[in-house]
Every structure is written in C-alpha cells, then in structure tokens.
Design a protein around this ligand. Sequence first.
Ligand code: 13P
Length: 251
Amino acid sequence: MRKIMIAGNWKMYKTIGEASMLAEELKKELATFIEADIVICPTFTALNTVYSIVEDTPIKLGAQNLFWESEGAYTGEISPVMIKACGCEYVIIGHSERRKYFNETNETVNKRIKAALGIGLNPIICVGETLQEREADKTKAIIEEQLTGGLEGLSNEDMANSIIAYEPVWAIGTGKTATPDQAQEIHAFIRGWIKEKFSTLISENLRILYGGSVKPENSKELMGQADIDGALVGGASLKEDSFAQIAKNAV
Ligand code: 13P
C-alpha cells in the first residue's frame, strides 16, 4: 500500500515571518494527522525557522531546489549539505518553473537528483508537458524523455527513495486542472515505464503525485485515481485551511 503524500510548494512566497505564521497554523491543524505524509517546502530563507516550528510534528520539511556540489565557489547556490542541515528530508527537483526560467535540463535535473540521494534527501522529481506539447500529441514522448534523462544511472534503491510528481505545465497556476482521467492516464504511463526500467516492486511502491491547480474542491476525485498517490500543491498550500482540507480529503 502506498501512503498518500501531500506536499506544499510555497514557491517564492512568504517572508520568514509569514512562513512562521503559516507553519504555526498548519501545526495546529495537522499536529496529529498521520494518515498521509505531509511535506511543506518553503523558500530557502525560511527553512530553518519553519523547521524549528514543525520538528516535533509529523509535518516534514522540503526545499525547492539544490545545487549538486557540496561546497565551493558557486555564488548564490545552496548545497545538499546545507539543505539537510536545515532539517529537510525532501527536495523538489526539476520543477517546470526551474526548467522554464532557469534553463534546467534533464541533465542538470539528473545531477541534482543524484546529489540529493547521495546525502539522504528524498527527491520529488517533477515531470510534465506544456500545452503545446499536449496539443501536438507529444505528452508521453516528453514525459519519457524527462524520465530517461532525469533518472539516468539511478539504482533501484535510489528509486525507492524518490517520489515523482506529474505536473502538466498548462495546469500550473492556471486554475485548469487535468481531469482525473487525463492525470490517471499519465500516472499509469509513468508507473509502467518505471516497471520496465527498474522493477515491478519499485513501480508498485513508487509514489506519483499530481500537481497543477489542486484545490479542496478537486482533490478528492484526483486522489481517488488508482495511480495518483498524492498531490504537489502550489497556490492552495499557501493557506492553512485549503492545504489542510486537501490533506484530509485525500485519505
Ligand atoms: P498550483 O497548485 O498553484 O497550480 O501549482 C502547482 C505546482 O507547481 C506545485 O509544484
């Protein structure tokens, strides 16, 4: 049985003070909630403070990116060691916003995933097609390319410590959610691909999250699909009531 995971990607929102307030509210709301794994991913600057608030709760911490070197002259970058030292157990890698605005490629995604796994962080690996790609009937080809490049050289053990998030780019922040059927089709495709490249056991245990305009109103139906094991939530994770409701709806 795969345990549901609800992860909140706070993106570039919230100062340390605002992030603390949200973390305190979530702590009240979800302190005893253990039916699903809850992960929150604040900005780098708020990680340590948020950790001090949630460290004794079931709420886990994740970062939104990392650089693959452990230290060095890389002005502006944050290393896996530093992220781990902030209390993180997870890290989002290859989000479409990083691919689009910061030239992230499948190759750099692969380096980041390996660096995360190397230090014991669980990567939440994002894949997804643009609207143009979907309309050109290239969705599966794009996902396959992202998986092939991104997961290159990973072992079964690495995959056992990883999570995949399918986030169709056209559904992110647009209010346009993939229908449960559309999402399920791609989730099943991803699981099938993992089965072929790794093993049946790895594919059966792998959690595949859906992301893209998930809200309390649509989360139940999405999470009800056979291959959807949780959500990576953007906008609706910035308010405690909607995020907590998504978590409660999912189980
Ligand atoms: P929204 O939930 O705001 O569409 O964002 C999804 C997302 O990008 C999560 O990583």
